[in-house]
Design a protein around this ligand. Structure first.
Ligand SMILES: [Fe+2]
Length: 250
């Protein structure tokens, strides 16, 4: 039903925005709509209905992302808030890089979902209060692929796969899962890497305290060009207040 509305509505919207509607065509369309059982008197009403349906779809889409992120964070109290902070930093970097509105929106949603594969990691690893052993770390490293398995078949969410799959790659090729280098890594993933690295350094863990601001900035600079994309690091440092570490308003 929605799809039918959508295609007819786009037709109506296009015509309404154009030179006008030929009366013969308009009558034919009304007749056709009546035949199909729609209780709609004008194309304008149809167009408005499409607009409302589209808003509902957008709302459902955002609510789906929100529910997935909250499901992840409900499992792991130590990473609670991590997705939101990475999201805030990622969007700030994207804006500093002057990306388009569409790209910024994709980074906004993709960064929220970047760690969604952790839903599939065993509790004794995900919730372990000490540092992971090598073997446990190898299992934790499966979360990008697990994320793709969870979301890769969902039509409206599969566009976020590049961020989910590649957010642990590194500029020098030493990351995972594929060991991509430099620009082989999708830009969204390079942005999230910087945001993720920063949040990891600036968050307390049960087995270590967070780094002081100056030390964290120094580490980020050291990693620029080897682990992290230098342009994304520069954009991040330009987007945060050097005294507080808070994101400056764009
Ligand atoms: Fe991750």
């Amino acid at each position: 039903m929605h799809l039918e509305f959508l295609s007819l509505g786009m037709l109506g919207g296009g015509l309404l925005g154009g030179a006008g509607i030929g009366s013969l065509f308009y009558k034919r369309l009304q007749k056709q709509l009546r035949k199909q059982g729609y209780q709609i008197n004008t194309i304008e009403q149809l167009y408005n209905e499409v607009q409302r349906s589209s808003l509902r779809l957008d709302q459902n889409y955002l609510e789906t992302i929100e529910a997935l992120v909250r499901a992840l964070e409900a499992r792991d109290m130590y990473t609670r808030g991590h997705s939101d902070r990475v999201n805030q930093y990622s969007v700030a970097i994207a804006k500093k890089l002057n990306l388009s509105e569409t790209e910024i929106e994709e980074i906004h949603h993709g960064s929220l979902l970047h760690d969604i594969g952790k839903i599939g990691v065993y509790d004794h690893i995900l919730l372990k209060p000490q540092a992971l052993t090598d073997e446990e770390f190898e299992m934790m490293k499966s979360h990008p692929q697990l994320g793709v398995e969870i979301l890769g078949s969902v039509e409206s969410l599969k566009k976020h796969v590049p961020i989910i799959l590649h957010h642990h790659e590194r500029q020098d090729g030493s990351g995972y899962p594929l060991g991509l280098k430099g620009d082989e890594i999708p830009l969204g993933a390079r942005i999230v890497q910087v945001a993720d690295t920063w949040d990891a350094m600036r968050s307390d863990r049960p087995y270590r305290r967070r780094l002081d601001l100056e030390i964290a900035v120094g580490r980020l600079r050291e990693a620029s060009g080897t682990q992290l994309d230098p342009n994304c690091v520069d954009a991040f440092l330009a987007a945060v207040n050097s005294k507080t570490g808070r994101v400056l308003s764009a």
